[in-house]
Design a protein around this ligand. Structure first.
Ligand SMILES: [Zn+2]
Length: 183
């Protein structure tokens, strides 16, 4: 399979990389590296798990250093939210990944640093605050909530006991049932 580079339009070969996730199952990574400009495009698809209702919202409270090792799968349709940091990572084609909570924080740090380069003092100050907050979280001195919402069901937060999964479809059915019972 071939993939067209979103930057320069050259075609590259799409590589498939099977991936085993502990406590979860199988995933497939898709990687395309443009031979012309070097742009790297990645995505991920979950092969295991309940596919009955695809849209899922995962929430996890990160409150200790151990929690930084919780595994995070984000397909390019997954939206990441960290309310405590005021951070949203919007879905973007070619930017899927399998990482840990620490890896997500690293990406946020890099993005905040890059964005704060060409802004005014007030926004720079805000960026510095966010970076300090991340340091506190990484040291286990502060907590945060990590949320992933993916309409394709290909994103997940994987931990044996901490995750709260909010399944939109089931949630709606429950509400309908309630109405029927009362009316
Ligand atoms: Zn290219």
């Amino acid at each position: 399979m071939e993939e067209k580079c979103p930057i320069c339009g050259a075609t590259s070969k799409l590589q498939f990389l099977p991936y085993k996730i502990p406590y979860f199952g199988d995933a497939m990574m898709f990687i395309a590296v443009c031979p012309s400009c070097g742009h790297r495009s990645t995505d991920v698809m979950l092969l295991s798990g309940d596919k009955e209702s695809r849209r899922r919202r995962y929430e996890v409270e990160i409150s200790s250093v151990d929690d930084l090792n919780i595994r995070v799968v984000r397909s390019s349709f997954g939206r990441i939210e960290i309310p405590e940091l005021g951070v949203n990572v919007e879905p973007r084609r070619g930017e899927g990944f399998i990482t840990t909570v620490e890896g997500v924080l690293k990406r946020v740090e890099d993005a905040v640093r890059m964005l704060s380069r060409d802004v005014n003092d007030a926004r720079k100050k805000h960026a510095e605050q966010v970076l300090m907050q991340i340091e506190d979280i990484k040291a286990g001195n502060a907590s945060m909530k990590l949320i992933i919402d993916d309409p394709t069901g290909n994103s997940a937060i994987i931990s044996k006991n901490k995750i709260k999964i909010i399944n939109h479809k089931l949630h709606r059915l429950t509400q309908i049932d309630d109405k029927n019972q009362h009316g």
